[in-house]
Write a protein that binds this ligand. Structure first.
Ligand code: G
Ligand code: G
Ligand code: MN
Ligand code: NA
Length: 253
């Protein structure tokens, strides 16, 4: 209850922040994107990770307002980087289940893009398989979002229940291999087999594929050996506040 009341005021008090984690394409280590990751700097409790307050925001409906704030803030930041001549790459924003099913989401995003001036191709929304339990409603939502000209990625891929037949009809640009697979890659042959299959499937469906949670050189080598080219993880950089991103200090976490 206390946290809920605090969360309700967190936006107006300026306690929410977004950290950004870069994404790279090998072999040239080219910067290809930034994932926006929400943080709550609580005046008493300190930094609270999203896993601890997003569920509360979901239960109370506050996620709609917070989610809008994140979208707007991330689009503004990306636009500012582009205008400053920094790397012109897309920003990826995580959606929550409630946001995904919000009836006016499409118009909300259209409005935010118009107000921030960000070209739609530079916004990527990350959704998860668990949001799409109702397949036909989800395909409709995805098609409408796709119609805005933004990018869509399937986050935490491999941990949910995607039916392969219906994956092929979704307007998804990219699969994000969940870090639970990456974590066990070096010890587990079965993990290697799963990841190899996900990569092959992505390419055969005309999608890009990115591995997240890369922490070691060994993981990177296995994945590049399996023709995965895009990476995100502490090995390259932790999520960092936006003003630290182009300092040249954050190439490795
Ligand atoms: O950054 P961290 O590992 O603590 O994130 C934990 C979880 O919170 C991840 O699943 C991530 O997708 C989610 N998350 C981070 N930022 C946001 C956000 O802005 N909105 C939503 N809905 N989820 C987020
Ligand atoms: O669910 P989602 O994929 O959006 O979650 C992303 C979360 O993973 C973020 O909270 C981010 O802080 C975390 N993360 C990013 N890279 C790494 C990594 O290399 N190792 C670990 N353990 N967590 C990571
Ligand atoms: Mn994500
Ligand atoms: Na993930």
């Amino acid at each position: 209850i206390e946290v809920e009341a605090d969360l309700r005021k967190s936006i107006e008090r300026g306690e929410l922040e977004i950290h950004y984690q870069p994404q790279y394409r090998m072999p040239d280590r080219e910067l290809i994107g930034m994932e926006a990751l929400l943080r709550w700097r609580h005046p008493v409790r300190g930094m609270i990770p999203p896993g601890r307050f997003i569920p509360i925001a979901e239960e109370t409906g506050l996620i709609i307002e917070i989610g809008s704030w994140v979208l707007r803030e991330a689009c503004l930041q990306a636009k500012a980087w582009h205008d400053e001549g920094r790397a012109k790459v897309p920003v990826s924003v995580n959606l929550s289940t409630q946001q995904f099913h919000q009836p006016d989401l499409e118009f909300e995003i259209e409005r935010i893009l118009a107000e921030t001036g960000l070209d739609p191709q530079y916004l990527e929304l990350e959704i998860t398989e668990s949001m799409m339990m109702d397949a036909s409603a989800s395909i409709d939502i995805l098609n409408r979002l796709n119609g805005l000209g933004i990018r869509l990625s399937l986050d935490d891929f491999g941990t949910g229940y995607s039916s392969l037949s219906y994956l092929s009809v979704l307007p998804i640009n990219r699969l994000k291999i969940d870090r639970s697979f990456v974590m066990r890659l070096e010890e587990s042959g079965s993990e290697q087999a799963i990841v190899k299959t996900i990569i092959a499937m992505a390419y055969s469906l005309g999608m890009d594929v990115i591995a997240e949670g890369i922490e070691t050189e060994g993981q990177l080598e296995i994945l590049t050996g399996q023709r995965c080219l895009e990476f995100q993880g502490y090995y390259f950089s932790r999520p960092v506040p936006p003003h630290h991103l182009f300092d040249g200090e954050t190439q490795r976490g």
